[in-house]
Ligand binder design. Sequence first.
Ligand code: AMP
Length: 556
Amino acid sequence: MNALMMQQPLLISSLIEHAERHHGATEIVSRRVEGDIHRTTYRELAERSRRLANAVAALGVGSGDRVATLAWNGYRHMELYYAVSGSGAVLHTLNPRLHPDQVVWIADHAEDQVLFFDLSFLPLVEAIASRVATIKAFVVMTDRAHMPAASSAIPNLLCYEELVEAASDRFTWPRLDENSASSLCYTSGTTGHPKGALYSHRSTVLHTYAAALPDSLNCSARDVILPVVPMFHVNAWGLPYIACMVGAKLVFPGPFLDGKSLHDLFENEGVTMSAGVPTVWQGLLAHVEANQLQFSTMRRTVIGGSACPPAMMRAFQARYGVQVLHAWGMTELSPLGTACCLLPKHAQLDEADRLAVQAKQGRVVFGVDMKIVDGDGQALAHDGKTSGELLVKGPWVIRSYFKGEGGDPLVISDGEAWFPTGDVATIDADGYMQITDRSKDVIKSGGEWISSIDIENIAMAHPGVAMAACIAAAHPKWDERPLLVVTRKPGSTVDRAELLAFFDGKIARWWTPDDVVFVDVIPLGATGKMQKNKLREQLVGYQLPTLQQPATAAAR
Ligand code: AMP
């Protein structure tokens, strides 16, 4: 028997419509790349999103076409979130921290039609404009007064504010199929080429409901939310959608992510909640400590993307009264999978024991199912001790990468299809998951991926190198940094400096390994594959020369 309920598709446009109608006067504050503070409201943002939807259509963008952005967190980027997805096109948030060659590869793979970019990315766009195959219009996200002079490197350079002003505000959000694609985000978190996670309206709205819950990110209309996590990292963990759903005031930091800029914004705008990777909080805590400051309105911060060090939790909680919510997720999960909220029984724990619970990545949010399995796909005990590969499934987990890149990613366990995360974890009897290792060979530095394969390929191109393996070495600031392990060819005298110089111009500077270790043999498995886990064991506790000084990554 069919139920007698209304059929209403779950659409991203319904979020901005809701915010406009019910939270119209709530503010969205942005520190712009132009340097000033800009204020708008959900009402204005909704109206400008409709104008922008008309403008995007006038640029020839049709249903399902990809529209790319190279942009920081700001209100114009948020307008694009709604205008592009809401009108049936697909928003593709490019990561500007990648090497230009990778940006070109990804834009071509996505077949982006139009690129919207912040002024600060002009040099990057000039470097790629003649190389991208499908982009037919380049829009600078600024007003006429700040437009750069016509650039011979960029054909068809348009001004965002002129497009918005010229377009009509009359636009009816189409009643799309909720399963149609809404946004696209590439990850290099696996092996091979970057792969696209293609989200739908349905997956995004369901993720928004779940992520806003009290034991998830815990957001409400009483919050002032400042997403430090970039809007080009899995849609800023969904916060631009969550804020519309709950009607929270939003504060966008633009490119200014240093401790002082963030603290000023927290205090001036009464921020109650924020979210970001551990690296960015180190800068903030250092600034607050050095200047003996406090947080007068901040109540909670979500920390994820990499494991949150307990010392950071202690500093936020004990010293500044800011509750830390440790969360785990992936691009392939939209991203939220688990959040580490405490249970009533934890109230009795002393600080050290409570921090031990909070150091775990947490319990699944409703909608996601997870389990750990052994090498044969057999489920393992949830005893907090046994570790195995973490598998997940749920309505906001990908079933395939964009264009089938990398083949079918799913594995079958107990007759059902699951997504293998590449993380190795334990799950305890209360359902708290804790990451203990990673089976994927990538390095996560300051919340961004570095492909060990790309680094190895470059090293192997050096005439003096016989074999090269790149592994992650622990770093207190960046969490992990690349360490290159090399065997020389007979007669070769290549040294550290020569090899590191060989990377110049071939990859982003912050991808350059922090050190090179020359060895006689790199251990190989039965199939001839390098056994990086053995190398990691051999080099555990390796002291990088960059431990005391800023890593190369600081340059980014
Ligand atoms: P991304 O797709 O860039 O969001 O990266 C997802 C990966 O980051 C996960 O598969 C983990 O390896 C890692 N990760 C994310 N959150 C955490 C966390 N809280 N603790 C440890 N690793 C994490």
